[in-house]
Structure formats: C-alpha cells, structure tokens
Design a protein around this ligand. Structure first.
Ligand code: G3P
Ligand code: CA
Length: 311
C-alpha cells in the first residue's frame, strides 16, 4: 500500500538486520507508519473528492484504487452518538437537509441525499449513480477498507461534537487501527488532540494550523487558534512545543492569493521533527512547486494528479 515508503534505517543497521535474517521484523507497525511519514504522502482529501461527492464511498473507492497513501475524512458525532464522515458544521451545502450533524440522529441523516448536490455543482463530473448517496458511518469505512488503507481523520469542530474523541478512540481500538499503524488524527484544536492522547498515547497526531493576516496588523500573519505564532515569527521552541505531542503540522499554503509559508518554514519544522502536510492543493503546477519546496505530503481532491507527479 505504501507505494512511496522508504525504510530509512541507518544503512549499517539495515545491512546488519538483513544479514542476520531478522530483516525489519523488529519494527512495530506503528514505528513503520512513522518511518513511512518520512516519505512523501498522498492524502486523498475527503477521498478523491474532485471526482465524486466528498466523503462518499465512491470518492474513497477511487482514492484507494489509485493508491493514495491516506484517506482523509472529517469525523463528527450524531445526536445518538454515532460517528459519521462529514465536513461542514451545517449540513445544507452537501445534503438536502438543514441544521448540524449533532442536531440529528443517524437515522435522520441516513435518510438524506449527500450526493445529488455534486451533480448540480459539477455538471462535468456528474453521474446519476451519485444520487441517493448516504452519509457514511465511520465503521462502514473501516468495514470496507479495513487494514488495506490508512486513515487521516480530523476531529471536526470538537466544541460542536461533545464526546467525539472518546467515541473515536474507542472505535479505532475496536478496529485495531492504532497499534497496527493505520491512522493519524488531525485537528485544529490542540485540546482535542491532547484529549485523544490522554485516551490513547500511541495515536500519531497532526496539528492543523491556518495562517492569515492579523485583523490588527495585516502585515503580520497569525494562526487561527493561536497554537503557534505566524510563520515569520515562529521559533524552534514553538515547533518543539508542537513536536511534544504531534508527528506533524497540516497547514494552508495560500490565504486569499498570498503565500503564507515558505521552504524555511518546512525546513525548520523538519529540523524540529515535524512533518509538513499542506492542504488543499488541486492544481498540478502548485503540487510540483510544493514538492520542490520539500513538503512531506499534500492533501488533494485529485490524488490521481498528485500520484502522476510522484511516479
Ligand atoms: O484536514 C486538512 C484540511 O482538510 C483542513 O481543512 O476544512 O478541508 O477540513 P478542511
Ligand atoms: Ca479535514
């Protein structure tokens, strides 16, 4: 599955392991997952959501078929405690319903059409088969792909989804996704990530950040939740604070047409043991540019385009 993975053991150790016949058997699946993160990762954002309705089985199937390294999904919790894959706080953009996820039971959400909007929004990609698409429960995703895929799951809007972290970690443990090295948890909310770690300290975490110009001084960039200073002001110590709990940072590259991070940000993060994954990059030119800058992975709605570049 990990098409781009390169086991980066020191050469001496690798040679010794091979000579002794033990090969790489001493590496746990979790350690292998972290090693794989040293290689470039193709992250299918809400599945191959440029080709099929976001967070649908059709979008996930395409991403798996093409060989994306991770299936990215946003996770929320229904009023009756079920975990579902859904991005927006308000369900009206991508369904024929109204309100928020946690105002509805699973049965109410399952009765909605979460695919027909795609045909209206993207007539060039429209497919009658998308009509009637149902919201996905997270366990339906795990039942479908199991350990054949890796999952990059966001605790979405934790303040609107009380109980999300507890239910999520319980489900990851039930499906043995953590120790087997099949999941990353990402969030913009540091507290949510720390809650996940309090429940299971082995889950690799990604701190999401969003940089934009300060309202008070538009020449300065700030981070949405204040988890780091802006990229021009960020220090090794700031990166270290994130590295204390996270394996990487997921960041925007552009805010309203202006670039917010550069290759120095990526280098400095890497020097502080943090991978840098950039969201959400859909144009081939920009993918290539970021790869040259040294990013460790890209979130994209078009994993097919990115996979072409990695060949
Ligand atoms: O999770 C990375 C990226 O997906 C964050 O933005 O709004 O698409 O969840 P969003
Ligand atoms: Ca997301």
């Amino acid at each position: 599955m990990q098409r781009h993975a390169i086991v980066s053991l020191p050469l001496g150790l690798l040679a010794g392991a091979l000579a002794s016949g033990s090969a790489l058997a001493d590496i746990t699946p979790l350690e292998q997952q972290l090693k794989d993160l040293e290689s470039f990762q193709v992250i299918a954002h809400r599945g191959a959501s440029g080709h099929a309705p976001e967070s649908s089985m059709a979008a996930l199937e395409l991403a798996r078929e093409w060989g994306a390294d991770y299936l990215e999904l946003d996770v929320q919790i229904t009023s009756d405690g079920e975990l579902v894959a859904f991005h927006d706080d308000d369900i009206s953009r991508t369904s024929n319903g109204e309100g928020s996820i946690n105002e509805h039971t699973l049965a109410e959400l399952k009765a909605l059409d979460t695919g027909a909007w795609f045909n209206d929004a993207y007539p060039d990609q429209a497919d009658e088969a998308f009509e009637g698409t149902q919201i996905l429960k997270l366990d339906e995703v795990f039942e479908r792909f199991g350990h054949d895929a890796r999952y990059y799951l966001e605790t979405k809007s934790p303040q609107l989804n009380p109980g999300l972290e507890e239910a999520l970690v319980a489900m990851l443990e039930k499906y043995d996704m953590i120790e087997s090295g099949h999941v990353l948890i990402q969030s913009f909310e540091q507290d949510s990530l720390l809650k996940v770690h309090a429940l299971n300290e082995n889950v690799p975490l990604i701190q999401l950040v969003w940089y934009y110009p300060s309202d008070d001084d538009t020449s300065r960039l700030v981070e949405w939740t204040g988890v780091t200073p802006g990229p021009e002001e960020i220090t090794d110590k700031d990166f270290q604070k994130v590295a204390d709990y996270a394996a990487g940072i997921g960041t925007n590259f552009i805010y309203e047409g202006e670039q917010v991070i550069d290759d120095d940000f990526i280098r400095q993060a890497n020097e502080n043991d943090l991978r840098v994954h950039v969201y959400t990059i859909n144009e081939t030119d920009e993918m290539g540019r970021l790869m040259e800058m040294g990013v460790n992975g890209l979130f994209t709605n078009y994993p097919d385009r990115l996979l072409e570049l990695t060949k």
